[in-house]
Ligand binder design. Structure first.
Ligand code: DOR
Length: 445
């Protein structure tokens, strides 16, 4: 007899467009085939979800997996292993690799490297440079590409698009939502002397709130001029929020779990250069404003900005230390801990970690538990309490800024297009990741 389903996720509390409530989910050929009371249905396999919450697969819209060029920090295999162990089903990966992902050949190479090695679904950003502006329209539409990313201020790697005419040319050159790292290069250079040798607490003094505000104000103006949709990555300041609130027709907004969780000066005193990232972790006043922006619906997505560096690199003397911290594996538990603490509803968690990305980037068939969508699920135990430990981190860097922190709410299984990839903290299927598809660039079949 033909089974109705390949997989039946039974007895869980499910986050669907109807709200959060009891529902079984039937999966057939990698897609959601039924949602409801399906207990008696014939199925090849059952996932017993009693006591668990079944959420749409979490999509991390900002990770740096370092391949090619810096595989001692991470590669596409290890980074995506960290992702699925943490409950993440899809990632958008950043172009500041070596060489950077700025040409057709570099993108083909990344896509070829990802095939059969990545454990979660993926899309790659193209980096914008003054030299490749003419090619962006074609590059951004390649299958497996989520869009263009521009570094408006220097960070890790060589990518930079800081001159007004170049930013405008990039904004005019293509049409998909363009993502920006928004820090102002001129002010960064002017203030470099504030970065005091051996004192990482000066990192947010050098890269101050005004660095971010000036840049965001300018890029919003340029996007308006070009009529181009924008995505402002890792927003960190109270100062940018009113500007972004005034540009909702054009701009969407991302922040990170670490900017919502850590604050200066405590994080620098406790973690030293391991808390150094760009834009920086700032004081509690900014963190409070970011939470307010979450509650008021201004933040569209939360991405981890997973940016691993080795301990040897992080142990150098500031400011010779690289900026960035890992986060793809801890994103789900850190945010579920905020859910348990009453700072975030479970519905808003879903909005920020799957539905939001699908809505603003036009992801095809993901981000929702609904008939015909990809069977991607992050199955969580909202009440599980565990300690985050460096020994759990699959990332090649081998550390997390959240080491030693107890959190409540953990991913128990990661299911991607109907295949159980992680179960109870173990990888149970390898290399099944596939390119994420987008509604505005679906290729004809
Ligand atoms: O802290 C950061 N690290 N910010 C970035 O913009 C880049 C990232 C990295 O690649 O290390």
């Amino acid at each position: 007899m033909t089974e109705a389903f390949d997989l039946l996720i039974r007895g869980g509390i499910c986050a669907t467009p109807n709200g959060v409530g009891p529902a079984d989910v039937g999966v057939k050929a990698g897609k959601i085939a039924a949602v409801g009371a399906l207990g008696a249905a014939a199925t090849a396999e059952v996932f017993e979800a009693r006591g668990l919450h079944v959420l749409p697969g979490v999509i991390d819209t900002q990770v740096h997996f370092r391949e090619p060029g810096n595989e001692h920090k991470e590669d596409l295999e290890s980074g995506s292993r960290a992702a699925v162990l943490g409950g993440v089903t899809g990632v958008f990966e950043m172009p500041n690799t070596a060489p950077p992902t700025t040409t057709r050949a570099a993108m083909d190479d990344k896509l070829a490297r990802a095939r059969d090695r990545m454990h979660c679904d993926y899309a790659f950003y193209v980096g914008a440079t003054p030299a490749n502006v003419g090619a962006l329209a074609l590059l951004e539409r390649m299958p497996g590409v989520c869009g263009v990313k521009a570094f408006l201020g220097s960070s890790t790697g060589t990518l930079l698009l800081d001159k007004e005419e170049d930013i405008l040319a990039a904004l005019r050159s293509s049409t998909r939502r363009m993502a920006v790292h928004s820090e102002d290069e001129v002010r960064l250079r002017e203030r470099k002397s504030f970065a005091t040798n051996g004192d990482v607490r000066t990192h947010p003094v050098w890269r101050d709130a005004e660095v971010a505000r000036v840049s965001t104000e300018r890029v919003l103006r340029l996007a308006q001029q070009a009529g181009r949709r924008l995505h402002v990555l890792h927003v960190t300041t109270a100062d940018e929020l009113p500007l972004l609130a005034g540009a909702r027709d054009l701009a969407t907004v991302e922040t990170t779990p670490q900017h919502l969780t850590l604050s200066a000066p405590e994080c620098y005193e406790r973690l030293g250069t391991y808390a150094q990232m760009n834009p920086p972790i700032r004081d509690a006043h900014h963190r409070k404003a970011l939470w307010q922006a979450v509650h008021e619906g201004l933040i569209d997505v939360i991405g981890s900005d997973h940016a691993p560096h080795s301990r040897a690199e992080k142990d150098k003397i500031y400011p010779d230390t690289p900026s960035g911290m890992p986060g793809v594996q801890t994103l789900v538990t850190i945010l579920l801990d905020h859910v348990n603490a009453g700072r975030l509803t479970l519905e808003r968690f879903v909005d920020l970690t799957s539905a939001g990305a699908a809505r603003i980037f036009g992801i095809a068939g993901k981000g929702r538990i609904a008939l015909g969508y990809d069977a991607d699920f992050t199955i969580v135990d909202l009440k599980a309490k565990k300690k985050i430990e460096n020994s759990w981190i699959a990332s090649k860097c081998g550390w997390t800024p959240f080491d030693g922190i107890n959190t409540t709410g953990w991913a128990m299984a990661t299911i991607i297009r109907g295949q159980i990839v992680m179960r109870e903290r173990a990888l149970v299927a390898s290399g099944l990741g596939a390119p994420i598809r987008f509604t505005d660039t679906i290729s004809p079949s």
